[in-house]
Design a protein around this ligand. Structure first.
Ligand SMILES: Cc1cc2nc3c(=O)[nH]c(=O)nc-3n(C[C@H](O)[C@H](O)[C@H](O)COP(=O)(O)OP(=O)(O)OC[C@H]3O[C@@H](n4cnc5c(N)ncnc54)[C@H](O)[C@@H]3O)c2cc1C
Length: 418
């Protein structure tokens, strides 16, 4: 039986371990932390945005970056001091903003998002994993200047990619989602993406780890992988602080830290960390709760009901690997939330969090073999790791087990990042 080591137990590593075990591999997962999903998968937006899985490198992004350069109150903040560190990644990111590339990337991401959601449904249907996923669609609000025209262009693009989109005016949007009644006049169009779903990515990571354990997967917690051992041109194992584990294959699912894990082997991953924030509010502290996730393009936030909490996520910050929770950025999210729900009194008891999105330069994940035989990567999912996790796990598993070499895939490391 092939022994596969998975580095990282976030949403990507845990789902990968489960898929590998299902394919008959012996699997060991190693993570620096004490439990599954304690890094970027911990408190994300919770959206399974399969039908609007779009890259950030869009034609409008370069202008926004310039407009908001260095502004602490901007939803998308590029700190001037972060610019030198972005280097080649930054140039590639900008090159990917051209309209034709944006369209192609969006189509590939959306198709993969829909496929991933279908695999997740299958796992839940087969009761291989115990987790709560909610259905009922995602409501996207298009507000501001030219909202109707912009909404129509956007809806048509999503429909071309296979999404089912229902167009609502402000009053219809508020009728569907009464919590939005106070701002109904400002909503040009509400787009309901009925097939999207939502759930808690951290809870799913824990559930996937438990399901993997039931299938015989071993987890090594509080263990840093210090290096991957390659001899005679092939992977032999991994070095831990006080141990050595031999392996037939290694899959790197180390989130934003993945490039550092494989760099000593000459494998370059064109990725950068992109910081984002969330707030978690207890339902018992609120006098309202939306029935479904609301994504507000105007305030640049997503608001998601997650069991007995409300999760608010957003903001993009290029700040290197710095994970400092900056009060000004937390306040931005609070203010955006108050503007979206003006009649709400924000409780003091709000749990802020930030995490580093592992972002590939072209917005597509890196699910691929590498130049080192039997070394694979499943990383770089950026703002869509939760949405793409189950599809990515299945794809990398098919490579590890030799069913495909993945070379023609849009997620291969051999693709052009320009
Ligand atoms: C604010 C915010 C909102 C988001 N909202 C959404 C959303 O609504 N929908 C969506 O689809 N996605 C969303 N995302 C993106 C999603 O959260 C990420 O893409 C996803 O969590 C990445 O998962 P991962 O497993 O690759 O990384 P992580 O969760 O960071 O896991 C990587 C693991 O690797 C371990 N590790 C790293 N290096 C080593 C080492 N050397 N040795 C041992 N262990 C190591 C770490 O400890 C960690 O546990 C959001 C992200 C943010 C920040």
């Amino acid at each position: 039986m092939k022994h596969v080591i998975v580095i990282g137990a976030g949403i990507i590593g845990t789902t990968t371990a489960l898929a590998l075990a299902g394919a008959g591999c012996r699997v060991t997962v190693i993570d620096s932390r004490s439990e599954a999903g304690l890094e970027t998968s911990f408190a994300n937006g919770g959206l399974l945005a399969a039908n609007s899985a779009l890259p950030w490198s869009s034609p409008g992004t370069p202008l926004q970056l310039l407009k908001w350069l260095g502004r602490e109150d901007a939803p998308l903040l590029l700190r001037p001091r972060a610019i030198p560190g972005l280097g080649m990644w930054g140039l590639r990111f900008l090159a990917n903003c051209r309209a034709s590339k944006y369209q192609r990337t969006a189509a590939a991401l959306t198709a993969f998002g829909q496929h991933s959601l279908a695999i997740m449904e299958r796992l839940l249907g087969e009761q291989r994993i115990e987790a709560k996923i909610r259905h009922g669609g995602l409501l996207e609000l298009i507000r501001g200047k030219d909202a109707e025209r912009h909404a129509e262009d956007f809806a048509r693009m999503l429909e071309r990619m296979g999404a089912k989109v229902t167009r609502l005016d402000g009053a219809q949007t508020a009728a569907l989602e009464p919590t939005l009644a106070p701002i109904a006049n400002s909503i040009g169009t509400g787009l309901l993406l009925e097939s999207d779903a939502w759930g808690d990515a951290r809870a799913f990571s824990v559930a996937a780890a438990a399901a993997a354990q039931r299938q015989g997967v071993t987890f090594r917690w509080n263990a840093d992988v210090l290096g991957i051992d390659v001899r005679a041109g092939a992977v032999r194992g991994v070095r831990l602080h006080d141990d050595y584990l031999s392996a037939d294959s290694v899959v790197v699912c180390a989130g934003a830290l993945s490039p550092a894990v494989v760099a000593p082997l000459g494998v370059r991953l064109p990725m950068a960390p992109v910081k984002g924030y969330s707030l978690t509010l207890a339902a018992s502290d609120l006098d309202f709760m939306p029935a479904r996730p609301i994504v507000d393009d105007f305030e640049h936030i997503g608001v998601t009901p997650l069991g007995d909490t409300l999760r608010v996520a957003g903001t993009v910050e290029f700040d290197g690997f710095d994970k400092t929770l900056r009060p000004a950025r937390v306040d931005n999210l609070r203010r955006a939330l108050s503007r979206l729900f003006p009649r709400m009194t924000l409780p003091d008891n709000v749990r802020p969090w930030c995490g580093l999105r592992p972002m590939a330069a072209d917005g597509l994940p890196l699910v691929s073999a590498t130049r080192v035989p039997q070394l694979f990567v499943n990383t770089g999912h950026g703002a869509l790791g939760w949405t793409l996790a189950c599809g990515s796990a299945e794809l990398v598993t098919s490579m590890v087990t030799g069913q495909t070499d993945g070379r023609g895939s849009p997620f291969s490391l051999t693709r052009s990042f320009w």
